[in-house]
Design a protein around this ligand. Structure first.
Ligand SMILES: NC(=O)c1ccc[n+]([C@@H]2O[C@H](COP(=O)([O-])OP(=O)(O)OC[C@H]3O[C@@H](n4cnc5c(N)ncnc54)[C@H](OP(=O)(O)O)[C@@H]3O)[C@@H](O)[C@H]2O)c1
Length: 325
């Protein structure tokens, strides 16, 4: 399948490497605002054409588009790609406000041949399935999920620059960037919460540098800790009464340990070095086998996740420039 990409930062390169490693995709087109930036990406793979005109890019012969632009552009670019008849893999967060889900659904309804997936890579990690199996077999009594990483762009922000990920213009901040992994994992593992509240710690730019969320379920609570201005080394935990599953953040899933009255037991299974290989494989399989059931399932999950993301922002001062007025 011929692959087109939007955005030329390191994550796009990592995805192209993963996609080509599956043997099912070949980079054919790169959209960039600048010829030189696009050419540098194309040259590193030795094939592909650079487009600086978005309309020309959409009219090219690619059948699949991977979107890794700033968050606030995802929904509109995904809709344009769907309307051009291309399958889409959109980086997280798929949308920045739940109202954009209806617009995507409208485009999908008009193009029933097209499939769209949110690039929520941890869902496809084999360790994610290990945790899902444990949850299916043991009653859960609560969880604390943590993803806090000092951003490579935070020093620039502190120096007075305006990196996209720390602006309300591009819907940046902790919840949208890292919290979305936690919300996605929680909804996939535990289902829709009865209520969802968020206490963001806002930076002067208006985005959340860090924050704590609480998802309430009938029999337990899930606490989410997210941040881009500090590094957390504490493990994430899912509680099963007396026993506990401890693991690194849901965004990494390298080490899973079962803690009980007996000695600790590692439950981790090997996963690919490039964390995008498993999702690229899933995506390729769904497209090659025209697996609309897989698409529907992941689309339903993405919609639920972004309903919760919307609920979390309700009643807070975390407001993005692209929010409906
Ligand atoms: N799955 C993962 O593990 C993972 C990891 C990192 C990031 N991500 C996601 O990938 C996306 C991109 O993140 P990033 O950190 O790479 O973002 P970024 O550096 O701010 O922007 C990504 C690309 O978008 C284009 N761009 C930048 N500013 C723009 C603007 N003002 N208007 C239009 N286009 C602009 C640039 O490409 P050109 O200059 O070539 O146009 C740039 O390379 C985010 O949604 C993020 O959540 C995912």
């Amino acid at each position: 399948m011929l692959l087109g990409t939007i955005g030329t930062n390191w994550i796009t390169k990592q995805f192209i490497q993963a996609a080509e490693q599956t043997g099912q995709f070949e980079l054919a087109a790169v959209y960039s605002r600048h010829v030189a930036t696009g050419a540098a990406l194309v040259d590193s793979f030795g094939h592909g054409q650079v487009f600086t005109d978005f309309g020309d890019f959409l009219a090219s012969d690619v059948s699949v588009i991977y979107i890794a632009s700033p968050n606030a552009l995802h929904a509109q670019q995904a809709i344009a790609a769907i309307n051009a008849g291309k399958h889409v893999l959109v980086e997280k967060p798929l949308v920045t406000h739940p109202s954009q889900l209806a617009a995507i659904q409208f485009a999908l309804d008009a193009h029933p041949e097209v499939m769209l997936f949110e690039a929520m890579r941890q869902l496809y990690d084999p360790n994610f399935a290990v945790i899902s199996d444990l949850i299916a077999k043991h009653p859960v009594s609560g969880a604390t999920l943590t993803y806090m990483k000092y951003s490579s762009r935070f020093d620039a922000y502190l120096a007075g620059e305006d990196p996209n990920i720390f602006t309300t213009k591009f819907a940046g901040g902790a919840l949208m960037d890292l919290g979305v992994y936690l919300v996605s994992s929680a909804v996939a593992w535990f289902g829709m919460p009865q209520s969802a509240t968020y206490l963001p710690h806002l930076l002067a730019s208006g985005v959340d540098g860090d924050g704590v969320a609480r998802l309430q379920y009938p029999d337990f609570d899930v606490v989410l800790r997210m941040g881009k201005t500090t590094n957390a080394h504490a493990a994430s935990e899912i509680y099963f009464g007396r026993d506990t599953l401890s693991f690194d953040s849901p965004g990494e899933l390298n080490d899973l340990t079962w803690l009980s009255a007996r000695s600790p037991k590692s439950l981790s299974v090997p996963h690919a070095d490039n964390p995008m290989i498993e999702e690229a494989t899933f995506f390729a399989q769904a497209l090659l086998t025209d697996d609309h059931a897989a698409f529907e399932k992941q689309w339903r999950l993405a919609q639920q996740v972004h309903q919760v993301m919307g609920q979390l922002r309700q009643g807070t001062n975390l407001i993005f420039d692209t929010d409906p007025k």
